[in-house]
Ligand binder design. Structure first.
Ligand code: FAD
Ligand code: SIN
Length: 538
């Protein structure tokens, strides 16, 4: 097996990973160099598909203030947002966005060259920056990827999966990676390993997330002993295009509702006023449940979004990709209703971190969607995710600048035993039907651990998962990326189900029909390896 060492390793090439690489290279002393690894091609990620935009609490936007953004974020977060985290991220927004501009990111501007701000659900003012109309993620990624590729000091491994963190005691000393093309493993040592591996959408039958969102970072952090927080909180976006086209569903951005589109049934009857006075712009969890109720009541697979009330020229300019995608599916959004339904979209739970990105395992950091910083609480406010990615990447770079990075020199016995599991273990080379198993898992999660859950559905999901595990005879070592992803999906699903069972209340995106009220005590849920599963789960 090949061995190498770096002063810092970043795992993941979404916006969090790319921006962290650039900031760390700029500021941190890196005697052994900087490595960015990604299981995809550089830049392929959830980030690339972000549409609506990125919160920018900009000094020049006189209508806005950090106080207002903090208040909106905390209200949406259903009691679980951490004030200090929200404040820190909001207050750094102006600075990081101006830094992104320096890296070549271009946000849309008006005819006077002022930044354009749009509105999304539960924001009290227009404060969302966008780029390329509705291609914000792609435009940011493109600019950051270019800078990373131009930078000789950032080494990049593509098509390389992090499969296990190398931990001795409670210290992370590196990562074991697997290249799916060469099928080779490599042990990489480092005193700072930064997880930026994104979310979990692919655990669900319907999702807006691309194929790579399989919860890998969560599974390997959990295996390494990291404290995981609020794992029951999965955000379902209200309006994915209700047409299957491959492994995920195309998103119809909340910004379309922000610009005035209305939700209705097939006869054009609007229904949101029955559910919330903020109607289409109520927080995401409320709109999602309202749509799901309407679908159930009318026994339909979708409701409709009517954007025909928006000026057609504005629609085409503001939402070129959405217009095009719908047209490819025979829908002219300037005239036709758009069929929409909820889909798994974002993960509020994650590896618990502080504002420096530190996890409970020394030397292991987490940023972006894989982390749980306490910003989003039980329900993320739209467009806060990209902001969190960038601010937390900035702050982990600031922290690493302040410490000395000493690359571990020797492989100790604990780590050797981990590596041996991958080099020595004989595995049954039976062909496993992973696509079929994945489908089964996605059905279980969607039907039993979805928008509405209860004890009965969750316990049934526990049983189904146990059964599925018997069809997958792998514990550590696997034979392909597909298998590693499925291994990680099983681990992460189990954590979500058990956390959902343990939270006996409804809060934010976690809705228990058997416990529809919120508890008076509002506490984060915590899970670590070896946690005691309550008796009723067994
Ligand atoms: P990602 O962008 O998901 O990147 C993760 C990276 O890690 C990928 O490169 C992946 O290949 C790599 N990786 C994963 N596992 C491994 C492994 N085992 N080994 C090596 N590499 C690995 N948020 C907003 O704020 N505004 C929006 O408008 C918005 N729109 C969205 C639209 C869509 C369709 C989707 C899906 C999400 C949207 N979000 C939006 C959410 C936001 O895009 C994500 O939360 C955010 O981009 C996550 O960034 P990240 O860098 O943490 O992870
Ligand atoms: C959207 O454009 O609706 C997605 C925004 C987000 O997820 O923050």
């Amino acid at each position: 097996m090949k061995y190498s060492k770096y002063s810092t390793i970043i795992i993941g090439s979404g916006i969090a990973g790319l921006y962290a690489a650039l900031k760390i290279e700029q500021q941190v002393d890196l005697p052994d160099g900087l490595l960015l690894i990604t299981k995809s091609k550089l830049g392929e990620s959830n980030s690339r598909y972000a549409q609506g935009g990125m919160v920018g609490v900009m000094k020049e936007n006189k209508a806005d203030s950090t106080a207002s953004h903090i208040s909106d974020t905390i209200k949406a977060g259903a009691g679980l947002s951490e004030f200090n985290t929200v404040k820190y991220i909001s207050e750094h927004s102006d600075e990081v966005i101006k830094d992104l501009l320096k890296f070549g990111v271009e946000f849309d501007r008006d005819e006077n060259n002022n930044l354009c701000f749009t509105k999304e659900a539960a924001h009290s003012v227009r404060r969302i920056l966008h780029s390329g109309g509705d291609a914000t993620g792609k435009m940011i990624e493109k600019a950051l990827c270019r800078k990373v590729q131009e930078n000789e000091n950032i080494e990049v491994y593509e098509q390389t999966d992090a499969v296990e963190l190398l931990v001795s005691g409670n210290e992370c000393k590196g990562v074991l990676v697997y290249n799916d093309e060469t099928q080779e493993y490599e042990t990489i040592y480092s005193s700072a390993v930064i997880l930026a591996t994104g979310g979990i959408g692919q655990l669900y039958k319907y999702t807006t997330n691309p194929v790579g969102a399989t919860g890998d970072g969560l599974a390997i952090a959990y295996n390494a002993g990291a404290v995981m927080q609020d794992m029951e909180f999965v955000q379902f976006h209200p309006t994915a295009l209700a047409i299957d086209c491959g492994e995920n569903r195309f998103l119809i951005s909340e910004a379309v509702r922000g610009e005035g589109a209305k939700l209705c049934d097939s006869d054009g009857v609007e229904f949101m006023a029955k559910y919330d006075e903020r109607k289409e712009l109520a927080p995401r969890d409320i709109v999602t449940r309202a749509i799901f109720n309407e679908m159930k009541k009318n026994n339909t697979d979708n409701v409709y979004l009517n954007a025909a009330c928006i000026d057609s020229k504005k629609l085409a300019k503001r939402f070129p990709n959405i217009s095009q995608k719908c047209l490819e599916n025979g829908i002219d959004i300037a005239h036709d209703f758009i069929p929409v339904a909820p889909a798994a979209h974002y993960y509020m739970g994650g590896v618990k971190t502080n504002l420096k990105g530190e996890t409970s395992v020394s030397g292991l950091y987490a940023i972006g969607e894989v982390a749980s910083t306490g910003l989003h609480g039980g329900n993320r406010l739209a467009s806060n995710s990209l902001l969190e990615c960038v601010v937390c990447a900035y702050s982990v770079a600031e922290y690493l600048k302040s410490i000395e990075l000493k690359t571990p020199k020797q492989i100790d016995e604990n780590i050797k035993s981990v590596i041996d599991k991958y080099t020595d273990e004989e595995i049954i080379l039976d062909e496993l039907d992973i696509p079929m198993m994945k489908k089964k898992l996605q059905e279980i999660m969607w039907n039993k651990v979805g928008i509405f859950r209860d004890e009965h559905s969750l316990l049934s999901a526990v049983d189904d998962l146990e059964h599925l595990k018997t069809e997958f005879p792998r514990s550590y070592k696997c034979t392909s990326r597909e298998e590693y992803e499925f291994r990680n999906m099983l681990i992460t699903s189990e954590l979500i189900i058990n956390s959902a069972l343990m939270r006996k209340e409804s809060r934010g995106a976690h809705y228990r029909t058997d416990y529809p009220q919120s508890n008076e005590d509002c506490v984060h849920s915590i899970i670590t390896k070896g946690y005691k599963v309550p008796d009723y789960v067994k």
